[in-house]
Design a protein around this ligand. Structure first.
Ligand SMILES: *[C@@H]1O[C@H](CO)[C@@H](O)[C@H](O)[C@H]1NC(C)=O
Length: 184
């Protein structure tokens, strides 16, 4: 076997690059923000959502942003908050965490499918599974339906990248449409 073959084929197979996890039911609008990661030595163990409440007759956007709460693997008290792009509407809800035993490891999204001439909101809520199996459901809204689970980050989630539709002026806003997470 040539050295080149070992370097180009065997080594990458034995040590796959750090992956990311995604779901297939994300919304169709918007553009991807940048990937933002926890500091080195930290992993995400909690999250908060930016949620715009129901607007009655107005233009609803539902989920606008996601913040991850990272903690140092050796120090539960050493924490850092990270976020990618976010929409302009709504308020940050309180943090939900895996507690001291786990990290975020997989997720699924609640997404409203395109409404035709109706008021679109795209993503409404997110649910995470912790490395210890615990389920955490966000304080989002209830339009749409839950999609399937992403694959799992064995050692937890360490980064976030969101897909946000920018404000549409007099048009129909949806804000957050999709998200991917980077594995540690
Ligand atoms: C853990 O983190 C907290 C908050 O940053 C810090 O005050 C404390 O000194 C750290 N403990 C250790 C053992 O490093």
């Amino acid at each position: 076997m040539s050295l080149l073959f070992v370097l180009l084929v065997i080594v990458p197979l034995a040590f796959p690059p750090v992956g990311s996890i995604s779901v297939s039911n994300g919304g169709r609008w918007g553009s991807w923000g940048r990937m933002v990661s926890c500091p080195s030595g930290y992993r995400a163990f909690g999250f908060s959502l930016k949620v715009e409440g129901r607007q009655g007759g107005g233009d609803d956007t539902a989920l606008n942003g996601i913040r991850l709460l990272c903690r140092h693997v050796n120090n539960y008290s050493a924490r850092r908050i990270i976020a990618s792009s976010e929409g302009r509407w709504g308020r940050w809800t309180s943090y939900r965490t895996c507690g001291c035993a786990g990290y975020l490891r997989s997720f699924r999204l609640r997404v409203e499918r395109p409404q035709g001439w109706g008021d679109d909101t795209a993503a409404n809520n997110i649910m995470f599974r912790c490395t210890d199996g615990r389920l955490l459901t966000g304080a989002g809204l209830t339009w749409g339906s839950w999609g399937g689970w992403s694959s799992s980050c064995t050692r937890g989630i360490c980064g976030i990248r969101t897909k946000i539709e920018r404000p549409q002026g007099w048009g129909d806003d949806t804000a957050l449409n999709n998200v991917i997470f980077r594995c540690c």
